[in-house]
Design a protein around this ligand. Sequence first.
Ligand SMILES: [Zn+2]
Length: 280
Amino acid sequence: MIRPILFLAFLVLYIPAFAAHYTGKQGQIIVVKIPASGPITNIEGAFRNRKVYFFLNEKSEFVGLLGIDLKDKPGTYPINIDISYNINSGLEAQRLTYKVAVERENFHVEYFTVPMEKVTLTPKATQRANGERQQVRDTLNDESSEKLWNRDFVIPVKGRQSGVFGSYRVINGQPRSPHNGEDIAAPVGTEVLATNNGQVRMTVDHFFSGKGIYLDHGLGLYSMYFHLSEILVKEGEFVRAGQVIGRVGKTGRVTGPHLHWAVRLNGAYVNPFALTELGF
Ligand SMILES: [Zn+2]
């Protein structure tokens, strides 16, 4: 009977205080901080079946970046955080549950009526695009647990923002997939910089996205750079924040030269500019 009481006393020491509630809009990143200390062996969160990784910041707080997908429906969901402690050579576990309120973002909607043959892909193109979508899904679902990035994220191209994150088109009454990145307009050949340290996980030449680079920054964070004219890195290569990795182009299905910059965090597509505004 002594053991549970001791354990409770420990927990009070380990978790002195925590926010009980988080709020964020669709496509945003919520910084979750756990002021935990002691003999922690593992800490891991789950939000809507997506894994949330935690790391230590300079203040010895455990920080998790919780990505709210642009398609997460507004509502309140739990984030469960499981903490394992090594106490007296035995493992003890604790679960913290916080509420996360997902708020609606007013994404831009455009309505179009066009002849069907203009928007319908050929069976061959459909097959190719589906295969490529699966290839991307498989790659992005493979999350590496080593954190390569640091807190200063670089905007990959200086230019005019020409596409709005989360906006979507309704063509002939059918809503299309929302725009899951930001477009930055710049002339063909403009240098594209890596937003942070990472490893080149995949380079592609795809039907929709054209020449593209997928950077794996670790802990479930990926950044993507599409429609390039040139890819200047190789798969498996490690890159530094600010390193030139490619050049702006207009490959794939585009109307003009621009960079499509997208970020996936723990399985959620988030606004890439949210990375440049993080405080932790
Ligand atoms: Zn785009």
